[in-house]
Write a protein of this length. Structure first.
Length: 706
């Protein structure tokens, strides 16, 4: 069912391009798992990955905890019920910004040689693996369950552990132990960057937009992850711990898979990076154009550390870690935050998730071709960054003109040749100088993406398009273009984008029969594909999920849905407003926001928030706008969440905490000489600042269709 070769993964003997996202079950309440996973699935995620933090399950030696949010079995069952696969990352060492990298304190103090073949250490690992296996027994793919992959260890030989043959042997020892205990999955993986050893397991790679673990408290050099390159290694990961610069495996034997592309960035005590949706999306385009055959994100859904029995459970320097992290929050600025709140990167990455779901089988067979004039220096500000993936008949041109914290110029009338393409009447390729020369097009500052050439579609061929494939709805190929973003319909009966003629964006070989639907990029960022007896494309002004035949909208404003093809019947409570181009438009009002918050300052550093108008029939998020070094939240005197200041926007979900009537916020003042990196320092009085500026309450209505 699942296997791999040097190029890609296979499912049912067909090339398979999965979309993977990390979520930690033990950092979320169990009753939120289903919504969290369905949000991930709606974002295109096909594989949910999760660490199993040893300290979360055996903080006290011999006292095992698999209840509530730590119920691994129920989490895996929920993944199955949601129609997703799972990569189980069993460690035993995980990192994941957990205390001791996930090792319990008692193990750290035992005296055995950790992360080695020391029999005393392996004895404990065998017990831990056995307890995990008891949870997942009968849930492997061979049993009809969702588990298709097992990751052994993490960053082994890169962040701790052993190198060379001794390290390779330890990885083999752990893998063999897991298999003997009963772990049985088609894929066994190991992280491969920075000189990590893999023991012959399938290597997965990583890459981040910045480095919050970097010891510097200044802007750092541009990341190599914005360059098209055949280099799979990211040497900036773990630079706080020391790293290797070379791969310890032969990349020609394995497909290029990623498990830790930064879906966001953690915020450390000393380095408060603010990552934008564009930072994440542009990096993903660079990886896709460099030949990646699996896009995997760490993190994709944030969370919060569970309450420890003996200590708090975050990584900290005091406990021997590399960085100081918030005690509770693990928001990670990822597509879905600590409370499952939507961040802008969710929409950006959903474009790629939808694309690989419908076109991934083809792109898996297309190697990356990176022209010699493509810059390899991450600091290069002048030259065009571009690459190709094609199969000799058709393919894509990739471009990236966004680099985090670096201005990129405009490239007008780009004229480039596709190497390795041959002319044929079948494709209609125009060949001069030994390759296919694409029509000229402009690339704007900050723009990133990819365009198809000679792409077969229902009823025709797209010779070239300044538009990007999104998905297939039945036999219709849906593409989006930023050239339509600022267009206004010429009349009320015509859809958005009619002001630009389709022929100006797409050049067809056969314009009569090609079944293509073109939408704006702005609409694509709000688009969801619904599956069932009839596939549909829904452009929604509120996020939504699909659970079987039920579609649920998380509405913070009146709902407007553009649906193609139209529904057979109007959903209850909705009104059909007619057609917008090929889309049927449905609207529905939602209740007005009833939530309010009053702010009372109790002292120079403490505030009380009193909530009113909170109706448990709805969900509520509060956005605390504050300016200070850090903040903690207390409910009835109990510490429930914290935040390291980076941009002054701190979201807390009231439903998670039982709809409290009040909450107290404790601030730690920010001083002008604080040894930390901020992307924008706030205005201060007398060299310090410590205040809550505002609290905004947002009501979220759950509206179900059908």
């Amino acid at each position: 069912m699942f296997h791999y070769d040097a190029n890609c993964l296979y499912k049912n003997n067909k090339p398979w391009f999965p979309f993977m996202g990390e979520i930690h079950y033990s950092r979320l309440p169990a009753w939120e798992w289903r919504d969290a996973l369905l949000k991930m699935k709606a974002g295109g995620i096909t594989i949910a990955a999760s660490y199993n933090f040893w300290i979360h399950h055996e903080e006290v030696k011999g006292e095992w905890d698999f209840d509530g949010s730590k119920n691994l079995k129920e989490f895996v069952v929920t993944i199955k019920d949601c129609g997703m696969y799972m990569l189980l990352r069993i460690g035993p060492w995980s990192h994941g910004e957990a205390r001791n990298g996930g090792f319990p304190d008692w193990l750290m103090e035992d005296g055995c040689r950790l992360r080695s073949d020391d029999p005393a250490y392996l004895k404990y690992v065998k017990i831990f693996f056995g307890k995990l296996y008891d949870q997942v027994k009968g849930l492997f793919f061979k049993d009809g369950g969702p588990i298709i992959g097992i990751q052994i260890e993490n960053e082994y030989g890169h962040v701790g552990g052993l190198g060379g043959e001794e390290g390779e042997q330890h990885m083999r020892t752990l893998a063999e132990m897991a298999k003997k205990i009963g772990f049985d999955a088609p894929l066994y993986t190991a992280t491969g960057w920075g000189g990590a050893v893999t023991g012959g397991l399938l290597p997965v790679m990583g890459g981040y937009p910045d480095a919050p673990w970097d010891r510097r408290i200044t802007d750092i050099e541009p990341s190599g992850n914005y360059v098209f390159s055949h280099e799979r290694n990211d040497t900036s990961i773990g630079s706080d711990a020391g790293f290797g610069s070379a791969l310890e495996y032969d990349p020609t034997h394995f497909p290029y898979l990623t498990a830790e592309l930064g879906g966001g960035m953690m915020v450390t005590k000393h380095r408060r990076v603010v990552v934008s949706p564009q930072d994440i999306a542009a990096m993903s385009i660079a990886k896709l154009g460099s030949g990646v055959a699996l896009l995997g994100y760490y993190m994709y859904h944030g969370g919060a550390n569970p309450e420890g029995k003996l200590t708090t459970l975050e990584e900290s320097k005091a406990s021997g870690g590399y960085n100081d992290l918030p005690a509770m929050s693990y928001d990670f600025q990822c597509p879905l935050g600590a409370y499952g709140q939507y961040h802008g990167s969710y929409d950006e990455l959903r474009l790629l998730g939808m694309f690989v779901a419908d076109f991934g089988e083809d792109i898996c067979t297309m190697p990356a071709i990176i022209p010699d004039d493509n810059p390899q220096d991450p600091t290069d500000k002048e030259r065009l960054r571009y690459s190709f993936r094609h199969n000799g008949k058709w393919g894509y041109v990739f471009f990236n003109n966004h680099v985090r914290h670096m201005y990129r110029p405009r490239f007008p009338q780009v004229s480039i040749m596709v190497p390795g393409m041959k002319a044929s009447d079948e494709t209609g390729a125009d060949v001069t100088g030994g390759g296919l020369r694409l029509p000229t097009f402009d690339i704007e500052p900050g723009q990133y993406g990819f365009y198809p050439f000679n792409m077969p579609v229902g009823g025709g061929v797209i010779k070239f398009a300044e538009a990007t494939p999104l998905c297939k709805i039945g036999g219709t190929t849906v593409l989006y273009s930023s050239k339509l973003d600022n267009c206004k319909p010429q009349n009320a009966n015509e859809g958005s984008g009619i002001c630009v003629d389709e022929k100006d964006i797409i050049v067809y070989k056969d314009t009569k029969n090609a079944d293509v639907l073109l939408i704006s990029r702005k609409d694509a960022l709000k688009a969801y594909k619904l599956t069932g007896a009839t596939q549909r494309l829904v452009i929604s002004n509120n996020p939504l999920i699909q659970d079987g035949d039920t579609v649920t909208v998380f509405a913070t404003k009146d709902i407007k849905l553009k649906v193609y093809p139209k529904w057979d019947k109007v959903p209850e409570g909705f009104v059909c407003q007619g057609l917008d181009g090929k889309f049927a438009v449905y609207t529905r009002s939602v209740p007005a926001n009833s939530g309010k918050s009053d702010i009372t300052q109790l002292s120079d550093t403490r505030y009380r928030l009193d909530f009113s108008g909170i109706d448990p029939a709805h969900d509520y998020e509060i956005c605390i706008k504050y300016t200070a070094e850090s903040a903690k939240a207390y409910i009835n005197g109990k510490f429930v969440m914290d935040d390291f200041y980076k941009d002054g926007q701190w979201v807390i979900n009231l439903r998670r905490h039982g709809y409290p009537k009040s909450m107290e916020i404790e601030l730690n003042p920010l001083n002008k000489d604080e040894p930390l990196y901020l992307e924008a320092w706030p205005t201060m009085e007398n060299g310090t600042v410590c205040r809550v500026d505002d609290v905004i309450v947002t009501m979220i209505s759950r509206v179900s269709l059908f």
